[in-house]
Design a protein around this ligand. Structure first.
Ligand code: HEM
Length: 353
């Protein structure tokens, strides 16, 4: 995954709209393995400036997907005020946040995912190049090994704490749950904000994981923190990864099998009045921190119908009580409104304006 947050530097709405239209064509081309624009890396001859940077020339499309989103700050300009959906409000601060403004926020985001990192980086780089003079990079993040499974055909991947991640996620096959928790319904938005119907809000949190401390923790404590077994991912007190969690199960000593402050108990919909989200995060390691520790963690990405009704209560519950907090630190945060998919004659520019 290559994720980038951009600030819009132009004051011209026309330039912004034209860039979004150019992005649409380039994104479409790159997802089927073509160069970002006609002409490409060498086709304009020795005196032309290449319209593609070239590093993906011999590579297949690699299942590239490109998602874009708009931050709340974008709508303060360009006459877009009335088009801002009400739910696109900055996230509040949470207990324990240690956010760096240099890795938070942004007017626009691009998330490119591919089987080959070079293809994802190529896609983001070429969109940035097309946006020269219109947008500038605010922060970016590379990630690997998608941590959350999002389809029942996918074996559950593991995060950098070694646990299966995504077991209880909303799966792509569960269209009723997607409609209820992930896609913005037409009734959620009205008037000029109706363009967002069918879209989804993206919450990004850069979460540093103190893996050296974790690696000195015994297995039982690790399992108690999540409330699941490390090898199979079964809920503590149960046997199978995908069985329904029994929060009433007791250990031999009469204590709850899943501790009251375990991550899955606090994040579970039964603790949150039915709230769920679709998690789609990635692992990251950004070198080391100069103090002998890897600068590693989880680039948490989640999609939902309304971040203030879903992510906010969930993160409040986790921030207040989750024992996992001893091992993690939220260092970046952003909220974006991702527009719905485009029809054949549509593009991001005309969709937004
Ligand atoms: C479940 C890891 C942060 C929401 C889980 C599970 C693991 C895990 C191992 C159990 C397997 C599963 O069902 O996916 C982590 C790690 C985190 C982190 C390592 C930080 C570095 C968060 C955050 C949120 C969140 C910030 C949302 C605010 C959830 C939810 C579940 C879950 C909703 C499913 C609970 C259920 O219904 O059983 N997480 N998580 N997690 N996590 Fe996290």
């Amino acid at each position: 995954m290559h994720f980038v947050a951009l600030d819009v530097t132009t004051e011209s709405a026309d330039e912004l709209r034209e860039m979004l239209t150019a992005w649409t064509r380039a994104a479409e081309r790159m997802t089927y393995g073509a160069e970002a624009a006609p002409g490409g890396a060498v086709g304009l001859g020795p005196y032309g400036v290449p319209t593609d940077t070239g590093e993906a020339l011999d590579l297949p499309p690699s299942n590239l997907t490109i998602t874009i989103g708009y931050g709340p700050t974008l709508f303060e300009r360009f006459g877009l005020e009335a088009r801002r959906p009400d739910a696109l409000e900055e996230l509040p601060g949470f207990m324990g946040d240690d956010l760096d403004p240099a890795t938070s926020g942004g007017d626009i985001c691009i998330q490119a995912c591919a089987d080959d990192p070079q293809v994802a980086v190529h896609a983001v780089r070429n969109l940035i190049r097309l946006g020269f003079g219109v947008v500038s990079v605010r922060w970016s993040q590379l990630g690997f090994g998608r941590t959350s499974s999002t389809s029942s055909s996918q074996a559950t991947p593991r995060n950098l704490f070694g646990f299966k991640d995504g077991t209880a996620n909303i799966m792509a096959e569960d269209t009723a749950a997607l409609d209820e928790h992930v896609w913005v319904a037409p009734s959620d938005v009205s008037g000029e904000a109706a363009w967002m119907a069918g879209g989804s809000y993206l919450v990004a949190r850069r979460i540093r994981m103190h893996i050296e401390v974790w690696d000195r923790t015994n297995l039982q404590e690790q399992q108690d923190i999540f409330g699941r077994g490390k090898l199979k991912g079964e809920p503590l007190g149960g046997t199978d990864e995908f069985e329904t969690i029994d929060f009433a199960a007791k250990r031999m000593d009469g204590e709850p099998a899943i501790p009251m402050v375990a991550h899955v108990r606090l994040a579970h919909s039964s603790n949150l009045g039915g709230v769920r989200i679709l998690r789609r995060g990635y692992n990251f390691t950004d070198g080391s921190d100069g103090q002998g520790h890897l600068n590693a963690g989880l680039f948490f990405i989640a999609f939902m119908r309304d971040a203030h009704k879903q992510f906010v209560p969930m993160q409040r519950a986790l921030a207040a009580k989750d024992v996992l907090n001893e091992y993690i630190e939220h260092t970046g945060s952003a909220l974006f409104a991702c527009p719905p998919g485009l029809g054949p004659d549509e593009d991001w520019g005309t969709q937004l304006f």
